[in-house]
Design a protein around this ligand. Structure first.
Ligand code: ADP
Length: 210
């Protein structure tokens, strides 16, 4: 499928990503959190955003539940709609990257091919895939929104981990197991990986916090 109308051209603009990165004193990045519902993606994304913001990093956060209110409000949870949901979000993340931001994305994003598409939209060293790993039984016990209970009762169909697949990442940059790490430690683990990629600015703050 061709997505580009033949009369549409990319407008380069007069301010480059490199100039934005130089002023920000850090490279742009996409940090992609994937995992089961209730594995801890939103909790970690929020904590990470707070830490990076405090460091003066140009940070933005995209969250699964939030985008479904607007940008992806027309989409459901069929395989096709989930893929379209991630495609749109991946494109937004790539635009944020182009504008010099560290874009934190917290989405179940259950299908490997969709995550690979997100990765392909930015240069290879600008994508950090974090597998927020958590045993299904622990997620079901947490069930902060009662969704697993409703899925088991048949009130929700096609729920990831219950009656729809979650394809584990094969080679993520980082795995955090939230069944064994508490939320503070999980945020710290992701923060350290991101700070190492951001270079001097954030990593100096990371050392100061030790
Ligand atoms: P998701 O965004 O993956 O659906 P949430 O972050 O919304 O997950 O919810 C995860 C739930 O698990 C929250 O109630 C959170 O407080 C709890 N939790 C327990 N341990 C952890 C941990 N180590 N990391 C993140 N969340 C945790």
């Amino acid at each position: 499928m061709s997505r580009v109308s033949p009369n549409v051209h990319w407008e380069l603009g007069a301010v480059t990503r490199a100039q934005r990165e130089e002023r920000n004193q850090h490279p742009a990045l996409v940090v992609w959190l994937t995992g089961l519902s209730a594995s801890g993606k939103s909790t970690i994304a929020t904590g990470l955003e707070q830490r990076l913001f405090a460091d003066g990093v140009n940070v933005a956060r995209l969250d699964g539940d939030n985008v479904r209110h607007g940008l992806c409000g027309d989409l459901g949870f069929s395989h096709e709609d989930r893929t379209e949901n991630i495609r749109r979000v991946a494109e937004v993340a790539a635009l944020l990257h182009e504008l010099g931001h560290v874009a934190i994305c917290a989405f179940i994003s259950p299908y490997r091919s969709d995550r690979e598409l997100a990765r392909s939209l930015v240069p290879p060293d600008r994508f950090i895939e974090v597998y927020v790993k958590c045993a299904l039984s622990v997620c079901e016990e947490r069930d902060p929104k009662g969704l697993y209970r409703r899925a088991h009762a048949g009130e929700i169909r096609g729920f990831t981990g219950v009656d729809d697949a979650y394809e584990e990442p094969l080679d993520p940059e980082l795995v955090v197991d939230t069944a064994t790490l508490d939320a503070t430690r999980a945020v710290q683990a992701v923060y350290e990986t991101v700070a190492a990629r951001l270079g001097a600015k954030a990593s100096a703050q990371a050392r100061a916090a030790d």
